[in-house]
Design a protein around this ligand. Structure first.
Ligand SMILES: [Zn+2]
Length: 125
């Protein structure tokens, strides 16, 4: 018997199982079709795939609709522009995010740029 060509880990291979693969290019293709305003990086696409995996329901499976839903939730979530940490402006238990009128970016407390401090000082706040 020939050795299986595809090994899926944990003893699973093409002789005893199947594997359905979704990849970052699938996320990019779907995002393009949805005309989302942000161009997703490979890391962001991988994050979305991991979220799909984490929330996976075997009775529903993963489909193009699943990808669409996951992309939509991702782009609608507020996150730090530097480290991509998900957060909120509200005190709702999520990590705090900060925004300023003079900067279109939002940051978590670890990523607030030094320039902000100078801007706030010069504004006398
Ligand atoms: Zn951050």
């Amino acid at each position: 018997m020939s050795e299986p060509q595809y090994i899926y880990q944990h003893g699973y291979n093409e002789k005893n199982s199947i594997a359905i693969i979704w990849c970052i290019d699938d996320i990019k293709e779907k995002a393009k079709e949805m005309e989302v305003s942000v161009k997703l990086t490979d890391d962001q696409c991988m994050y979305i795939l991991q979220e799909i995996h984490r929330r996976h329901d075997a009775s529903l499976g993963v489909s193009w609709d699943t990808l669409e839903y996951a992309i939509e939730s991702y782009v609608n979530e507020l996150r730090c522009n530097k480290c991509s940490k998900v957060g909120s402006f509200e005190s709702d238990g999520k990590p705090a995010l900060y925004g300023q009128e003079f900067d279109e970016n939002i940051y978590c407390n670890n990523c607030i740029p030094e320039a902000w401090e100078k801007m706030l000082e010069s504004e006398g706040k």
